[in-house]
Every structure is written in structure tokens, then in C-alpha cells.
Design a protein around this ligand. Structure first.
Ligand code: CIR
Length: 262
């Protein structure tokens, strides 16, 4: 199995809605501007396309303020989309709203049947395993019910504890290549990445951890120069993108696309 975890032929995004001003956030630092968000989002989409991926952008869904964070509603593995159960009340309906598009685009669609909850932002995939971090959005029931589905697709599921004040497991971690994870020192201190090489974000640059590797490029949020420099020195091709508006509603680079190969 070669590099399924960071080589992608396709990505799916959703335009930020005007209602993104009502997006969930742990701490209010002001509403995002929908216009600025759409402009940053357009740059994000263009950057994904520059890696060679074919990117489809779905129209904004005003019913769901957080629907730009499309990654939380589904998990894509080996051409299949697993429709998840997002754990925030205002976001649960995003999964059903996305399902018809997944059915149209993906090779197959599998519904996560559970009484529990799983957000895509809590799932970090490497070539051989699917790591699921328990959080305020993802519970053990949901994570355990995901197990047989990913196992049928050839992955081992590993359930991990996310430290309490981290929104999503991938808020503070990302895959740089098949063996290497970028993580905050706080998340990696939990021991969850002991089987990987870990590169830590620089002090004061926790937001850098929500990066994405897409084909030959590692995308990093702007404002994290020392982490960008460290990745550059480690041999990665780094491209920096502005995520100022996503950050205001606790989002980052990984949340704004579903990345997959079909
Ligand atoms: C939320 O709280 O659900 C959104 N405002 C942000 C979601 C970010 N998604 C992610 O980290 N995967």
C-alpha cells in the first residue's frame, strides 16, 4: 500500500456561508468576515489544485454555519466515503446534507451506524492505521463503531485520548509523510505518536499543527515562521496559506477539505 495517506487525486470543499459568522468557537475573538473567509478559501482551493488534485467546490449551505469545515462530516478512505456523526448539535445535519454529493463522487458510501459521535477532525490516517482521538465531539461508542468499517478497508483503528482543552485531535497534529507527524508538544506528550517520527511545532506556534500534506506539498497556516522554517530544513516543500477567518471559529487547514483518490 503506497502513500494513500498523503497522495490524492481529488479534494472536495464547500464555500463558506454568510452564516459562518455564527460558527462555533471556544473563545470569542470576534466574528469572521464571510467575504474575507471566501477569499482565503479561494486561495486554499487554488493551492490544492496546484498540487495536481482535482478540486470540486460545493455551494455554501447557509443552514449550517460551520459547513465550510467539510472534513468533520465524512472520512474518505480508498475511494469510499464513510458518513460520520458530527458531535456538535448544530453540525449533526451536515453529514446528511453532504451525503448526496459523496454518493455522486465517491466509489461507495458507508454510513457509520452508531449511537455515538465522530468528527472527521478527530481522525488522523497514516498508510496503515486510522487514529481516532476522543474529544468533546468524538466519543468511545462512535470510535468503536467505526472500527469494523476501517478494518474492512484494511486499516487498524487506534483509539487515543485527546487532552481536554484541544478541540479536535487534528487541531494539534497532522501527517507529514508515511512515518512523520507534525504535532504540538502537548499532544505528542500523551505518547500517541510513539511509533512515528515526530516534528514539534515551535513554541507559541500551536496553530501550525493543523497542517496538511497534499501530494508534494505541506500546507501551513501563516503566522508560524519558525515551524515553517523547521519543515523547510527537514526537506519538505512548504506553502503558507492565510487562515485568519477560519481561526476565529476554531478551524484550520485540514478541516476545509476532504482529500481522497478515486
Ligand atoms: C466547530 O467548532 O466545529 C467549528 N467551528 C470548527 C471545526 C474545525 N474542524 C476541525 O478542526 N476539523
Amino acid at each position: 500500500m503506497a502513500n494513500h495517506s498523503f497522495t490524492f487525486t481529488h479534494a472536495l470543499c464547500r464555500t463558506p456561508s454568510n452564516s459562518v459568522t455564527d460558527g462555533l468557537r471556544a473563545e470569542d475573538q470576534g466574528d469572521p468576515s464571510a467575504d474575507v473567509f471566501r477569499s482565503e478559501h479561494a486561495s486554499y482551493v487554488a493551492a490544492l489544485r496546484a498540487t495536481g488534485a482535482e478540486v470540486e467546490v460545493l455551494p455554501a449551505d447557509e443552514r449550517f454555519p460551520d459547513s465550510v469545515f467539510i472534513e468533520d462530516a465524512a472520512l474518505c478512505l480508498k475511494g469510499q466515503a464513510i458518513v460520520l456523526r458530527p458531535g456538535a448539535e448544530t453540525r449533526l445535519g451536515e453529514a446528511a446534507a453532504l451525503r448526496p454529493d459523496l454518493t455522486r463522487i465517491m466509489t461507495g458510501v458507508i454510513d457509520l451506524q452508531t449511537e455515538g459521535f465522530v468528527d472527521g477532525g478527530d481522525i488522523l490516517c497514516s498508510d496503515h492505521e486510522v487514529m481516532v482521538g476522543l474529544s468533546a465531539r468524538t466519543d468511545r461508542t462512535g470510535a468503536e463503531d467505526l472500527g469494523p468499517i476501517v478494518s474492512d478497508l484494511g486499516y487498524k483503528l487506534r483509539i487515543l485520548e485527546t487532552p481536554a482543552d484541544i478541540l479536535h485531535f487534528k487541531t494539534e497534529s497532522s501527517l507529514l509523510d508515511a512515518e512523520t507527524i507534525l504535532a504540538t508538544p502537548k499532544l505528542s506528550a500523551s505518547g500517541c505518536f510513539d511509533d512515528y517520527r515526530v516534528i514539534h511545532t515551535a513554541e507559541g506556534e500551536d496553530l501550525a499543527a493543523n497542517a496538511i500534506r497534499v501530494n508534494d506539498t505541506v500546507f501551513l497556516s501563516s503566522g508560524n515562521p519558525r515551524t515553517a522554517d523547521a519543515l523547510d530544513k527537514a526537506g519538505y516543500k512548504v506553502v503558507v496559506l492565510d487562515t485568519t477567518q477560519a481561526t476565529l471559529v476554531d478551524g484550520g487547514l485540514s478541516c476545509m477539505s476532504l482529500r481522497f483518490s478515486i
